[in-house]
Design a protein around this ligand. Structure first.
Ligand SMILES: [Zn+2]
Length: 343
């Protein structure tokens, strides 16, 4: 392992991957966002392409390893939604350009979170061409749930009848969104979420952070890699403010427009995900019959009934945000529902 040494919670999944090597041509790697699934997939891809892999890792010095690390390997095919490229693994950012539609980078519009049918067609056609270097081809599809029905259909033939030596690694935080036709052709491996203690130790080893702030961030439901990026970007304060608002016992009357503005500052998708995690924590605590963090149950989601209603509303809102909506109006709508006395 190379990058993965930084993420101790992935060790068990990596060992499982090594043991299951070559048993199936299509792997679906799932698990919560922000825990390092992409790093795991890149490591596996490099291991598969390496000309002299040891038992545990790629050699890092053969021509194939050099081509991967310099983002030039012709047999590493990477498909990733435009919106995920910027914060993706450095090796992937250049490899991904091969299948990104050129107009996406020239027009001033919001980067897509979907994988287009044209991109999947380009990938399928490339995979049918001759192996160039290593005798093996690896197709990495990051954010695979971004494939809509048509894009998935364009992948089916090459998934069903891959050319010899072709391996697919699909990575998804939301595997239930994948069409059944894709799901049924994959072996799925779930990477476990690190415990809060493990995530806290890892973040504390990388940042000088106030314990109270870290405690709030860990309630967000975001993975440690995502939190690491947020702390590094100095954007943790807004998230702490959001969580504090919904968990503090002395919350004042809700102001839905201020809340919508705060969510917009954080990013609608991320903010709604955080609020859903907070609501879920209240539901879990009420079901388990105890409150590990009393302040959560004292907040705006003050009881199980309100929390369940909020959880549903937030889930529906998150799904709507996957389609073409007016983000600001949609945020104001969900925030006004959350701030109403009865949901
Ligand atoms: Zn190598």
């Amino acid at each position: 392992m190379t990058d993965l040494l930084e993420y101790p919670w992935l060790e068990a999944t990596w060992q499982t991957l090594l043991r299951s090597d070559d048993t199936h041509h299509c792997l679906l790697l799932s698990g919560r966002a922000g825990i390092g699934k992409t790093a795991l997939a890149v490591e596996l891809a490099q291991h598969l392409l390496c000309e002299d892999p040891s038992g545990q890792s790629s050699c890092q010095c053969c021509p194939s390893c050099h081509l991967v690390s310099s983002s030039l390997h012709p047999d590493l095919h990477v498909l990733i939604p435009q919106a995920l490229v910027e914060h993706s693994h450095p090796i992937l950012q250049v490899h991904a350009q091969r299948y990104l539609e050129s107009h996406q980078s020239t027009q001033k519009r919001k980067p897509s979170r979907q994988i287009s049918v044209d991109s999947t067609r380009m990938l399928s056609e490339s995979l049918l061409t001759t192996v160039v270097t290593s005798g093996r081809k690896v197709a990495l599809i990051i954010g695979a749930d971004g494939m809509n029905h048509n894009a998935a259909n364009a992948m089916l033939k090459v998934l069903e009848e891959p050319t010899p030596g072709t391996r697919f690694i699909l990575v998804s935080s939301y595997p239930y969104r994948l069409p059944a036709t894709i799901h049924s052709r994959c072996i799925r491996l779930d990477s476990p979420t690190p415990s809060q203690e493990s995530a806290a130790r890892w973040i504390e080893s990388r940042h000088d952070i106030d314990p109270d702030e870290l405690g709030l961030l860990l309630r967000s439901g975001l993975g440690p890699l995502e939190l690491d990026q947020i702390i590094g970007d100095k954007s943790a304060a807004s998230i702490c403010q959001l969580i504090r608002y919904f968990t503090a016992s002395d919350t004042k009357a809700a102001d839905s427009l201020s809340l919508a503005a705060l969510c917009a500052k954080i990013g609608a998708g991320r903010a709604l995900s955080i609020l859903q995690s907070v609501a879920l924590a209240v539901i879990r605590e009420s079901v388990e019959g105890h409150s590990r963090s009393k302040s959560v149950s004292d907040g705006v989601f003050g009881n199980r009934k309100l929390a369940i209603a909020a959880f549903r509303q937030l889930g529906l809102a998150r799904e709507r945000f996957n389609g073409p909506v007016d983000e600001q109006l949609s945020l104001e709508d969900i925030c006004s529902r959350l701030c109403a006395p009865r949901l």
